[in-house]
Design a protein around this ligand. Structure first.
Ligand SMILES: Nc1ncnc2c1ncn2[C@@H]1O[C@H](COP(=O)(O)OP(=O)(O)O)[C@@H](O)[C@H]1O
Ligand SMILES: [Mg+2]
Length: 292
């Protein structure tokens, strides 16, 4: 990853300038030099010197169309700020190869000082589409200045919090380790997504196991996944089920929760019917969820 290489060449003053731009971006997309100077608390010479350096590394975008020159962070700069913070907090120490690309994220492997392996999920919404912004509307509220930076940060926070809630149920879901900005660090799973299994030893058992987990998460945590399917369920060699990708989850008191719960279960039933000829009844399953 290019970011890892740049990371070693930046000094703390460079990060301070990037953070200053980030601060300014809360108010407007482009931040004027004078404001960057203010937020960084550096003298103007240092500010200009650092701006020139990070610009050379292609981390900021310049706007000289207005009266004052202004800058905004690009996605790489935001990645570096997040990675830098995670390293400083001793959550991770080194980045490894990419594990997977999801619909709206890149997932990398990484390790900490004790050589524990983790997965680092970096949100990249807005890269291809803003489809999921609608789902984040609840979180964003009426804030009009809706930058990609803010949206991805909210997404990471939301998924981190859902992961924590689900993890507390002891169901073998990935343990959340930490988060910063638009990235979350979680336990690494040595399995593969359901969709990549051509055959399964005991599909009936796996099906029941998945439905059981969905039920426990619904009953105990009051949470509905909202995007459940063969892509977001990892199965390991021992037949452990690990449900990932909690961005779109809703609380059971959310107006859409019943609809989403039904859709989640329908997806699982359909998949196991088409691929493994397992018959099930969605209504019976939902009803069994509602009586305790
Ligand atoms: N904790 C993890 N350990 C190992 N691989 C992971 C982990 N989390 C995600 N991945 C890989 O990254 C892919 C994308 O992650 P996911 O959370 O589903 O993101 P998206 O919301 O972009 O679909 C997954 O399909 C999986 O291959
Ligand atoms: Mg996914």
């Amino acid at each position: 990853m290019e970011a890892a290489k740049i990371l070693t060449q930046l000094e703390k003053e460079d990060f301070r300038i990037l953070s200053a731009i980030e601060l300014g971006m809360k108010r407007s997309k482009y931040v004027k030099i004078n404001d960057i100077r203010f937020y960084s608390r550096y003298p103007i010479e240092e500010t200009l010197y650092r701006l020139k350096k990070v610009h050379k590394f292609d981390l900021i975008i310049r706007d000289s169309s207005g009266h004052d020159i202004a800058y905004t962070l690009n996605a790489l700069a935001y990645d570096l700020l997040g990675l830098h913070a995670l390293v400083r907090q001793n959550i991770i120490s080194q980045l490894g190869p990419i594990l997977g690309k999801g619909k709206e994220s890149d997932v990398y492997s990484c390790i900490d000082d004790n050589e524990n392996i983790y997965a680092l999920k970096i949100y990249r919404m807005g890269r291809r589409s803003f489809k999921n912004i609608k789902n984040l509307r609840d979180l964003i509220g009426e804030r009009s200045h809706l930058s990609w930076l803010y949206v991805n940060r909210l997404a990471a926070k939301k998924e981190y919090e859902s992961l924590k809630e689900v993890y507390s149920l002891n169901l073998n879901t990935p343990k959340p380790i930490g988060y910063n900005r638009h990235m979350i660090v979680m336990e690494y799973l040595r399995g593969k997504e359901l969709i990549y299994y051509k055959s399964i030893d005991d599909p009936e058992y796996i099906f029941d196991h998945i439905i059981d987990q969905v039920r426990i998460i619904f009953q105990e945590a009051g949470l509905v996944h909202g995007d459940l399917g063969e892509f977001n369920i990892v199965v390991d060699e021992q037949g452990n089920i690990l449900i990932i990708d909690w961005l779109q989850s809703v609380k059971s008191d959310h107006p859409n929760s019943r609809y989403l719960l039904r859709r989640d279960i329908q997806n699982i039933c359909d998949y196991f019917k088409n691929k493994f000829h397992i018959e099930s009844n969605v209504d019976d399953i939902i009803n069994s969820f509602l009586v305790r």
